[in-house]
Design a protein around this ligand. Structure first.
Ligand code: ADP
Ligand code: ADP
Length: 226
């Protein structure tokens, strides 16, 4: 269970670029929030501040009432999925999914169970011994999702996870991620520049422009369809 509260979040990069100006948002438990907006509007920077991968210049961000600004990324109850999968080429699918758990010194038996459960959810059982290079793009993205699932995190952050896939696979993975969210009900923030993804997946859409929120609403409210 995770509620996220973001208040007056700002980011100025060292070179003076102001990427995020005054970002305010309350995310309710289990919501699927989608950030949309043109390239350079600050979506990724906002997500990275929430993940702890980018220092916050100003403002506050809370999970379940706890101030997170100074909390180390590893200590945040957050799992992130990237566009480029970030898989380790020399490791098997099993080891890729298990990697974060091993770092956290989770017991071997528990790791095995978690990885196998995630693989079952994602249809990856036949590939556990394979290396990423023999997998299709969709399968690789499933491995990246598996890595997020086994963390049992209360918050999922996804940064353009489907933009490397071809159109047909995007449609399929969109549906899979939506199904996964229905199943796990993890509070999710999803970044994309694809309006169709936003329309079909979001419980609420945040439209950004020039480092500011322009509009927040349900897909129906934002895109005004009947
Ligand atoms: P989006 O994800 O919406 O494409 P970003 O958050 O990546 O936008 O970028 C927002 C703004 O911040 C852009 O003007 C971009 O050029 C700038 N920016 C992003 N990363 C850096 C960085 N490391 N150093 C300086 N400026 C950056
Ligand atoms: P170590 O080097 O400590 O043996 P491994 O990464 O080889 O670590 O394996 C960690 C655990 O995961 C072991 O208990 C191993 O049996 C299990 N494991 C590794 N690969 C697979 C797989 N493809 N399917 C099921 N279990 C696996």
């Amino acid at each position: 269970m995770a509620e996220i509260k973001i208040e007056h979040l700002q980011k100025t990069y060292d070179n003076g670029a102001i990427a995020v100006k005054d970002f305010n948002l309350h995310v309710k438990d289990g919501e699927f929030i989608v950030f949309v907006g043109p390239s350079g509007c600050g979506k990724s920077t906002t997500l990275r501040m929430i993940a702890g991968l980018e220092e916050i210049t100003d403002g506050e961000f809370y999970i379940n009432g706890k101030l997170m600004n100074e909390v180390q990324p590893k200590e945040r109850d957050i799992a992130m999925v990237f566009q480029n999968y970030a898989l380790y080429p020399h490791m098997s699918v099993f080891e890729n999914i298990a990697f974060g758990l091993k770092l956290r010194k989770v017991k071997k038996q528990e790791i095995k169970k978690k990885v196998e459960d995630a693989a079952a959810i994602l249809g990856l059982q036949p590939y556990l011994d394979k290396k990423p290079k023999v997998l299709s793009g969709g399968q690789r993205q499933r491995v990246a999702l598996g890595r997020a699932i086994v963390r049992d995190a209360q918050v999922f952050l996804m940064d353009e996870p489907l933009s490397n896939l071809d159109a047909k696979l995007r449609v399929q993975m969109r549906a899979e991620i939506a199904k996964l969210h229905q199943r796990l009900q993890t509070t999710t923030i999803y970044v994309t520049h694809d309006q169709t993804e936003a329309m079909t997946m979001a419980s609420r859409i945040v439209v950004m422009k020039d480092g500011l929120i322009q509009q927040v609403g349900t897909p129906k409210e934002v895109y005004d369809f009947p």
